[in-house]
Design a protein around this ligand. Structure first.
Ligand SMILES: [Zn+2]
Length: 454
């Protein structure tokens, strides 16, 4: 990939001088991320990118730098298991934008908003994504959210909605399989390439698409499990969700919004306990409607104007757009189904679907999704765990997800307490990745310049 002056500048600014020296962060409220009570007036020590001590009273190592966090709250950095990276460019959208540089831009936006790991699901081309991961691991890029991806599977002419399908077709990013034999052969190839998870689309888009057959998805799930891989399943109707959970899918994507869940499905969830990426907030224009600078700061002015002009009113939005005729009925079903999914044992994890269509900036959607969960009945503490510890568990990442000794120091410093109001996750004071302060100001300056140059 070609290097650009703009992100090299960001890289050098983002390097902190004291990455190897011990730093003591003291006086803050610490949210561990495992659902335990917050540690008030806590202390933790970071050295060589890791948390080396944490508690209420700690003897700081000699010569350590001290950072006073009185009045602040610290929580683990977020982990987003479901985005579609690379196609958005804020003034255009599509396959032509898919470059390593643009993927990096999206990962920097994720980091800006406090997300330390970002997984692109189903729509990322295999070879380019593997290469990006190698380059990121070897330190070729400036600090950004850690990139994970899963290959995607669909029947020929099936899969994602039309906008994303056109873009992924141009890159041959989605594996089109028609038979169990093809599916198994492809999964074996992925296993040999070191792939740990795949995504399937099981959806006929109201009869407009060919649907993945049970023969094919059963083969994918079975073969994936033989190789220790997990399977994310996009299924939006009740019969389809039942079918994929019964078949052993590990991660459900989406919430059934067209009908109420029945006892048969709830019993199935109790038995299988799948992970569940709700992705219910995509397109929620609340933030834009509220003229919230938290979201707008990352958006070119022209994009904001366009979004405001075209949005449809969603459940959280009060200030702009006409209400869609079906919104109230859909919201009643969402309010019915969401707590029942949780009670039945679906293990909720953070995912946003950002990048699947134009007009969403990477990283901010996480905070909308968190607020939506709390609106639907989770406690703020449960929501934070579902955005930190649990996605780390799902992704098999042992070095991240909580504020604990031995973990990498990936955390967000907040000016207000999200346990009191989940919207306080937006009050970001700073973000740390692997112990180094992420340079949010440099990105802000870059976005301002880009917006002004339009
Ligand atoms: Zn998606």
């Amino acid at each position: 990939m070609k290097t650009s002056a703009s992100y090299i500048a960001v890289a050098s600014l983002a390097m902190t001088a004291y990455a190897q020296q011990a730093v003591v962060f003291e006086g803050g409220r610490l949210i561990v991320g495992d659902g335990s009570a917050a540690i008030e007036n806590g202390v933790f020590v970071v050295q060589s990118g890791h948390i080396t001590a944490l508690g209420r009273a700690i003897d700081p190592p000699a010569g350590a730098i001290r950072v006073n966090l009185a009045g602040k709250t610290v929580m683990p950095a977020l982990i987003n298991v479901h985005v579609h990276i690379g196609y958005e460019k804020y003034t255009s959208w599509g396959a032509q934008n898919y470059t390593a540089e643009n993927v990096l831009d999206h990962l920097q936006r994720e980091a800006f908003y406090g997300t330390a790991v970002t997984q692109s699901v189903g729509s990322s081309p295999l070879e380019a994504s593997l290469q990006f991961q190698r380059d990121q691991r070897s330190g070729r890029f400036p600090p950004a959210s850690r990139f994970l991806f899963t290959p995607g599977y669909a029947p020929p002419n099936g899969g994602p909605d039309e906008v994303l399908r056109e873009a992924t077709n141009a890159l041959h990013a989605i594996n089109q399989v028609s038979t169990a034999q093809e599916a198994r052969a492809s999964i074996r190839k992925m296993a040999h390439a070191g792939i740990k998870a795949v995504k399937i689309w099981v959806d006929d888009r109201n009869g407009t698409y060919p649907k993945m057959t049970p023969e094919v998805y059963n083969a994918i799930i079975d073969e994936a499990h033989k190789h220790g891989m997990i399977v994310h399943a996009h299924a939006t109707t009740l019969p389809d969700q039942k079918a994929v959970v019964r078949a052993g899918a590990d991660v459900l994507v989406h919430l059934v919004q067209s009908e109420k869940l029945d006892d048969e499905y709830l019993a199935l969830l109790k038995e299988k306990k799948p992970y569940w990426a709700t992705v219910i907030s995509l397109g929620d224009p609340t933030a834009v409607c509220e003229y919230d600078p938290f979201f707008e700061q990352a958006m070119p002015a022209a994009v904001i104007v366009k979004i405001r002009a075209t949005i449809e009113r969603r459940p959280l939005a009060a200030s702009c757009g006409p209400p869609s005729p079906n919104a109230a009925a859909r919201e009643a079903i969402v309010a019915y189904n969401f707590p029942r999914m949780i009670e039945a044992g679906a293990r909720i994890v953070l995912g946003t679907d950002t990048g699947i269509e134009p007009g969403h900036t990477f990283g901010s959607g996480e905070h909308v999704e968190l607020a939506r969960w709390v609106q639907l009945g989770l406690t703020p503490s449960e929501a934070i765990t579902a955005a930190t510890q649990r996605p780390a568990e799902l992704l098999g990442l042992r070095d991240i997800g909580t504020l604990e000794v031995g973990k990498r120091a990936n955390f967000i410093v907040l000016d207000a307490n999200p346990l009191e109001n989940i919207r306080n996750t937006r009050r970001i004071s700073s973000v740390y990745l692997d112990g180094a302060k992420f340079d949010r100001e440099a990105l802000l300056a870059r976005w301002k310049t880009a917006s002004a140059a339009e």
